[in-house]
Ligand binder design. Structure first.
Ligand code: FES
Ligand code: FES
Length: 167
């Protein structure tokens, strides 16, 4: 059966888009295929690994579990949106690099976006709060310790210097 396409109006990384897509297309595929935002990763495709995490209307969500038709009017941030206009890295991106929290990197965009939502709501999280915030994001490489250190370091950088780039 051919599904009639719908107009989808979304704001992604501060830019407005008007797209024509199937309402059943996953938001993950809209972002990767229609907008070329390949920082959004597909792991399990069933809402369990967190690789496809984005920020939608202020919350970290799995984009593999949202259909295009459910995203009308949404404001979305992907990992590409964290970098400043001159390529400046967000404190979270810097901290992940500085602490060795990135190995294969497949989980990293989702980890950083879940951490971003945490730090927006809680600028000084405890280790336990960080663990809870990233509990939906699986990492096969790092053992999580460096990731927790990275989020703590980013929190410190953000408290000291404010955030000069998006996010
Ligand atoms: S790809 Fe979406 S949760 Fe795994
Ligand atoms: S760095 Fe490889 S899955 Fe996390």
């Amino acid at each position: 059966m051919v599904t009639k396409k719908i107009e989808l109006n979304i704001k992604v990384n501060n830019k407005d888009y008007k797209l024509l897509v199937s309402p059943n297309k996953r938001l993950l595929d809209v972002l990767r295929e229609d907008l070329g935002l390949n920082g959004v990763k597909e792991g399990c495709g069933i809402g369990e690994c967190g690789a496809c995490t984005i920020v939608m209307n202020g919350k970290n969500i799995c984009s593999c579990m949202v259909l295009a038709g459910q995203a009308e009017g949404a404001e979305i941030i992907t990992i590409e949106g964290l970098t400043g206009p001159e390529g400046e890295l967000h404190p979270l991106q810097e901290a992940f690099m500085e602490t060795g929290a990135v190995q294969c990197g497949f989980c990293t965009p989702g980890m950083i976006l879940s951490s971003l939502v945490l730090l927006r709501n809680n600028p000084s999280p405890t280790k336990e709060e960080i663990r809870a915030a990233i509990s939906g994001n699986f990492c096969r490489c790092t053992g999580y310790q460096q990731i927790i250190e990275a989020v703590q370091l980013a929190a410190e950088k953000m408290r000291k210097g404010g955030v000069k780039v998006n996010g």
